[in-house]
Design a protein. Structure first.
Length: 100
């Protein structure tokens, strides 16, 4: 079972994942845990990937790409329950999905 913590401050949102068999590592700070065939798509995995994409850019509120990723990330993080419900309805366990 994975433990996911979302830590927020005024300027930063960090997602940390750990598992019972794998301790907290640097990669678990920057990449979400994997998804196996037949598993339920987790909102946390997509949010962590979105955060990774956002972190790859220089923080520049005048850059449309950074601005878009930042605000979508913030909005989705506030609506995690709704996003998980959407994923549960839209992505079926047998659908092909990326291996995060």
């Amino acid at each position: 079972m994975a433990t996911i913590m979302i830590i927020t401050t005024m300027t930063t949102i960090m997602i940390i994942t750990t598992t019972e068999t794998s301790p907290l590592t640097h990669s678990s700070l920057t990449r979400p845990f994997g998804l196996t065939h037949g598993a339920t798509m987790k909102a946390e995995s997509l949010l962590a990937e979105l955060n990774r994409l956002r972190a790859d850019l220089d923080k520049d509120p005048t850059d449309p790409e950074w601005f878009t990723l930042h605000h979508v990330f913030c909005f989705v993080s506030y609506k995690m329950g709704d996003f998980q419900s959407y994923l549960d309805e839209s992505v079926k366990p047998d659908d092909e999905t990326p291996d995060f």
